[in-house]
Design a protein around this ligand. Sequence first.
Ligand code: UDP
Length: 240
Amino acid sequence: MPRPRFNRILLKLSGEALMGEGQFGIDPQTTSRIAEEIREAREAGHTLCLVVGGGNIFRGLAGAAKGFDRATGDYMGMLATVMNALAMQNALEKIGVDTRVLSAIPMATVSEPYIRRRAMRHLEKGRVVIFAAGTGNPYFTTDTAAALRAAEMGCDALFKGTSVDGVYNADPKKVKDARRYDEISFQTVLSDDLKVMDASAVALCRDNNIPIVVFNIREQGNLARVLAGEGTATIVQNGE
Ligand code: UDP
Protein backbone atom coordinates (compact mmCIF):
# COMPACT_ATOMS: atom_id res chain seq x y z
CA MET A 1 0.00 0.00 0.00
CA PRO A 2 1.48 3.42 -0.87
CA ARG A 3 2.43 5.52 2.10
CA PRO A 4 0.71 8.88 2.56
CA ARG A 5 2.58 12.00 1.51
CA PHE A 6 3.92 13.98 4.41
CA ASN A 7 4.57 17.67 3.80
CA ARG A 8 6.00 18.98 7.04
CA ILE A 9 8.27 16.53 8.75
CA LEU A 10 10.52 16.41 11.75
CA LEU A 11 13.69 14.43 11.09
CA LYS A 12 15.27 12.87 14.17
CA LEU A 13 18.97 12.17 13.74
CA SER A 14 20.71 10.28 16.49
CA GLY A 15 24.19 11.39 17.38
CA GLU A 16 25.40 8.03 16.13
CA ALA A 17 24.08 8.83 12.66
CA LEU A 18 26.67 11.61 12.46
CA MET A 19 29.65 9.39 13.33
CA GLY A 20 29.82 7.71 9.92
CA GLU A 21 32.11 4.71 10.21
CA GLY A 22 33.78 6.16 13.31
CA GLN A 23 33.16 5.20 16.92
CA PHE A 24 32.85 8.70 18.34
CA GLY A 25 32.31 12.32 17.38
CA ILE A 26 31.28 13.94 14.12
CA ASP A 27 32.28 12.82 10.63
CA PRO A 28 32.16 15.81 8.24
CA GLN A 29 31.58 13.59 5.20
CA THR A 30 28.53 12.12 6.88
CA THR A 31 27.08 15.48 7.92
CA SER A 32 27.59 16.69 4.33
CA ARG A 33 25.83 13.65 2.89
CA ILE A 34 22.86 14.03 5.25
CA ALA A 35 22.73 17.78 4.49
CA GLU A 36 22.53 16.93 0.79
CA GLU A 37 19.60 14.61 1.48
CA ILE A 38 17.84 17.35 3.44
CA ARG A 39 18.37 19.76 0.56
CA GLU A 40 16.82 17.26 -1.87
CA ALA A 41 13.82 16.83 0.42
CA ARG A 42 13.34 20.58 0.54
CA GLU A 43 13.61 20.85 -3.21
CA ALA A 44 10.90 18.20 -3.47
CA GLY A 45 8.63 20.62 -1.58
CA HIS A 46 8.85 19.35 1.99
CA THR A 47 9.21 21.55 5.06
CA LEU A 48 11.79 20.12 7.43
CA CYS A 49 12.89 20.57 10.98
CA LEU A 50 15.52 18.53 12.77
CA VAL A 51 16.19 17.24 16.23
CA VAL A 52 19.72 15.98 16.71
CA GLY A 53 20.85 13.64 19.45
CA GLY A 54 24.12 13.67 21.31
CA GLY A 55 24.98 10.02 21.88
CA ASN A 56 28.08 10.24 19.68
CA ILE A 57 29.58 12.55 22.32
CA PHE A 58 27.94 12.14 25.70
CA ARG A 59 24.97 10.41 27.30
CA GLY A 60 23.76 11.22 30.79
CA LEU A 61 23.07 7.59 31.69
CA ALA A 62 26.56 6.51 30.64
CA GLY A 63 27.96 9.42 32.64
CA ALA A 64 25.94 8.40 35.70
CA ALA A 65 27.32 4.86 35.41
CA LYS A 66 30.80 6.36 35.70
CA GLY A 67 29.89 8.37 38.76
CA PHE A 68 28.54 11.66 37.40
CA ASP A 69 25.46 13.07 39.02
CA ARG A 70 22.65 12.03 36.61
CA ALA A 71 21.18 15.50 36.05
CA THR A 72 24.64 16.99 35.46
CA GLY A 73 25.38 14.19 33.00
CA ASP A 74 22.11 14.90 31.22
CA TYR A 75 22.95 18.59 30.90
CA MET A 76 26.29 17.56 29.43
CA GLY A 77 24.42 15.32 26.98
CA MET A 78 22.19 18.23 26.00
CA LEU A 79 25.26 20.40 25.38
CA ALA A 80 26.60 17.64 23.13
CA THR A 81 23.47 17.95 20.98
CA VAL A 82 24.27 21.65 20.49
CA MET A 83 27.65 20.72 18.96
CA ASN A 84 25.91 18.31 16.62
CA ALA A 85 23.32 20.94 15.72
CA LEU A 86 26.06 23.42 14.81
CA ALA A 87 27.79 20.75 12.72
CA MET A 88 24.55 20.11 10.80
CA GLN A 89 23.95 23.83 10.40
CA ASN A 90 27.43 24.24 8.99
CA ALA A 91 26.95 21.36 6.54
CA LEU A 92 23.56 22.71 5.39
CA GLU A 93 24.65 26.31 4.98
CA LYS A 94 27.69 25.21 2.97
CA ILE A 95 25.30 23.94 0.30
CA GLY A 96 23.03 26.97 0.45
CA VAL A 97 20.29 25.74 2.77
CA ASP A 98 19.11 28.45 5.16
CA THR A 99 18.97 27.15 8.71
CA ARG A 100 18.42 28.34 12.25
CA VAL A 101 19.53 26.56 15.38
CA LEU A 102 17.09 26.99 18.26
CA SER A 103 18.33 25.74 21.59
CA ALA A 104 16.14 24.67 24.51
CA ILE A 105 19.00 25.79 26.77
CA PRO A 106 19.51 29.48 25.94
CA MET A 107 22.94 30.00 24.39
CA ALA A 108 22.68 33.38 22.74
CA THR A 109 26.19 33.48 21.31
CA VAL A 110 25.72 30.45 19.08
CA SER A 111 21.98 29.97 18.65
CA GLU A 112 18.55 31.47 19.10
CA PRO A 113 16.57 30.46 22.16
CA TYR A 114 13.73 28.04 21.49
CA ILE A 115 10.56 30.07 21.07
CA ARG A 116 7.77 28.14 19.43
CA ARG A 117 6.27 30.98 17.43
CA ARG A 118 9.68 31.98 16.16
CA ALA A 119 10.39 28.42 15.07
CA MET A 120 7.06 28.36 13.18
CA ARG A 121 7.97 31.61 11.42
CA HIS A 122 11.34 30.21 10.33
CA LEU A 123 9.60 27.17 8.86
CA GLU A 124 7.10 29.37 7.04
CA LYS A 125 10.04 31.24 5.51
CA GLY A 126 11.45 27.98 4.19
CA ARG A 127 14.32 27.66 6.63
CA VAL A 128 15.38 24.35 8.10
CA VAL A 129 15.03 24.63 11.86
CA ILE A 130 17.43 22.59 13.97
CA PHE A 131 16.29 22.03 17.51
CA ALA A 132 19.20 21.69 19.92
CA ALA A 133 19.53 20.77 23.61
CA GLY A 134 16.65 18.28 23.58
CA THR A 135 13.74 19.34 25.74
CA GLY A 136 16.05 21.39 27.98
CA ASN A 137 15.27 19.05 30.89
CA PRO A 138 17.31 16.24 32.38
CA TYR A 139 15.84 12.72 32.53
CA PHE A 140 14.53 13.05 28.98
CA THR A 141 15.95 11.96 25.64
CA THR A 142 16.14 13.57 22.25
CA ASP A 143 13.55 11.03 21.04
CA THR A 144 11.04 12.63 23.38
CA ALA A 145 12.26 16.07 22.29
CA ALA A 146 11.62 15.02 18.69
CA ALA A 147 8.05 13.91 19.48
CA LEU A 148 7.42 17.12 21.42
CA ARG A 149 8.74 19.45 18.72
CA ALA A 150 6.92 17.49 16.02
CA ALA A 151 3.67 18.11 17.91
CA GLU A 152 4.47 21.78 18.56
CA MET A 153 5.40 22.42 14.92
CA GLY A 154 2.31 20.66 13.57
CA CYS A 155 4.42 18.10 11.70
CA ASP A 156 2.65 15.45 9.61
CA ALA A 157 5.18 12.81 10.63
CA LEU A 158 8.29 12.13 12.63
CA PHE A 159 11.04 10.54 10.53
CA LYS A 160 13.47 8.54 12.60
CA GLY A 161 16.72 7.94 10.74
CA THR A 162 18.45 4.81 12.07
CA SER A 163 20.94 2.21 10.91
CA VAL A 164 18.23 -0.36 10.06
CA ASP A 165 15.48 -0.11 7.47
CA GLY A 166 12.51 -0.27 9.80
CA VAL A 167 10.98 -1.95 12.84
CA TYR A 168 11.55 -5.69 13.27
CA ASN A 169 10.00 -8.22 15.63
CA ALA A 170 13.54 -8.99 16.86
CA ASP A 171 16.96 -7.37 16.44
CA PRO A 172 17.84 -8.05 12.76
CA LYS A 173 21.54 -7.71 13.58
CA LYS A 174 21.24 -10.67 15.99
CA VAL A 175 18.28 -12.77 14.82
CA LYS A 176 18.62 -14.14 11.26
CA ASP A 177 14.94 -14.51 10.39
CA ALA A 178 13.71 -11.34 12.13
CA ARG A 179 10.64 -9.96 10.31
CA ARG A 180 10.28 -6.32 9.30
CA TYR A 181 6.90 -4.62 9.60
CA ASP A 182 5.66 -2.31 6.84
CA GLU A 183 3.10 -0.91 9.25
CA ILE A 184 2.58 -1.37 12.95
CA SER A 185 0.41 0.32 15.57
CA PHE A 186 1.70 2.46 18.43
CA GLN A 187 -0.04 0.08 20.80
CA THR A 188 1.86 -2.97 19.52
CA VAL A 189 5.15 -1.10 19.69
CA LEU A 190 4.43 -0.24 23.33
CA SER A 191 2.98 -3.58 24.43
CA ASP A 192 5.70 -5.65 22.70
CA ASP A 193 8.35 -3.22 23.90
CA LEU A 194 9.80 -2.91 20.38
CA LYS A 195 12.84 -0.68 20.28
CA VAL A 196 11.63 2.13 18.05
CA MET A 197 11.97 5.17 20.29
CA ASP A 198 11.58 5.41 24.02
CA ALA A 199 8.10 4.82 25.39
CA SER A 200 7.40 8.46 26.28
CA ALA A 201 8.20 9.52 22.69
CA VAL A 202 5.98 6.79 21.23
CA ALA A 203 3.12 7.68 23.61
CA LEU A 204 3.40 11.38 22.73
CA CYS A 205 3.19 10.58 19.02
CA ARG A 206 0.26 8.21 19.62
CA ASP A 207 -1.67 10.80 21.64
CA ASN A 208 -1.09 13.49 19.03
CA ASN A 209 -1.62 11.20 16.05
CA ILE A 210 1.82 11.77 14.55
CA PRO A 211 3.04 8.75 12.55
CA ILE A 212 6.64 7.68 13.09
CA VAL A 213 8.50 6.60 9.96
CA VAL A 214 11.56 4.47 10.74
CA PHE A 215 14.10 4.22 7.92
CA ASN A 216 17.79 3.71 7.24
CA ILE A 217 19.56 7.07 7.08
CA ARG A 218 22.88 5.41 6.26
CA GLU A 219 21.71 4.48 2.78
CA GLN A 220 22.34 7.29 0.33
CA GLY A 221 19.22 8.89 -1.16
CA ASN A 222 16.91 7.05 1.20
CA LEU A 223 15.28 10.09 2.81
CA ALA A 224 14.00 11.32 -0.56
CA ARG A 225 12.85 7.82 -1.53
CA VAL A 226 10.99 7.24 1.71
CA LEU A 227 9.43 10.70 1.52
CA ALA A 228 8.21 9.85 -1.95
CA GLY A 229 6.63 6.69 -0.48
CA GLU A 230 9.13 4.41 -2.26
CA GLY A 231 12.00 3.23 -0.09
CA THR A 232 11.90 0.58 2.60
CA ALA A 233 10.60 1.80 5.95
CA THR A 234 8.16 1.02 8.73
CA ILE A 235 5.34 3.36 9.56
CA VAL A 236 4.09 3.36 13.14
CA GLN A 237 0.63 4.84 13.46
CA ASN A 238 -2.75 4.61 15.15
CA GLY A 239 -5.07 1.71 14.28
CA GLU A 240 -4.18 -1.43 12.35
N1 UDP B 1 19.18 14.75 27.20
C1 UDP B 1 18.43 15.23 28.27
N2 UDP B 1 17.21 15.80 28.03
C2 UDP B 1 16.68 15.89 26.78
C3 UDP B 1 17.44 15.39 25.69
C4 UDP B 1 18.68 14.82 25.94
O1 UDP B 1 18.87 15.16 29.41
O2 UDP B 1 15.57 16.44 26.63
C5 UDP B 1 20.55 14.23 27.44
C6 UDP B 1 20.58 12.79 27.91
O3 UDP B 1 21.63 12.66 28.84
C7 UDP B 1 20.92 12.03 26.64
C8 UDP B 1 21.85 12.99 25.94
O4 UDP B 1 21.30 14.28 26.24
O5 UDP B 1 21.55 10.81 26.91
C9 UDP B 1 21.97 12.81 24.45
O6 UDP B 1 20.72 12.61 23.88
P1 UDP B 1 20.24 11.18 23.31
O7 UDP B 1 20.79 10.08 24.14
O8 UDP B 1 18.77 11.23 23.15
O9 UDP B 1 20.96 11.18 21.90
P2 UDP B 1 20.92 10.13 20.71
O10 UDP B 1 20.75 8.74 21.32
O11 UDP B 1 19.74 10.47 19.86
O12 UDP B 1 22.21 10.32 20.00
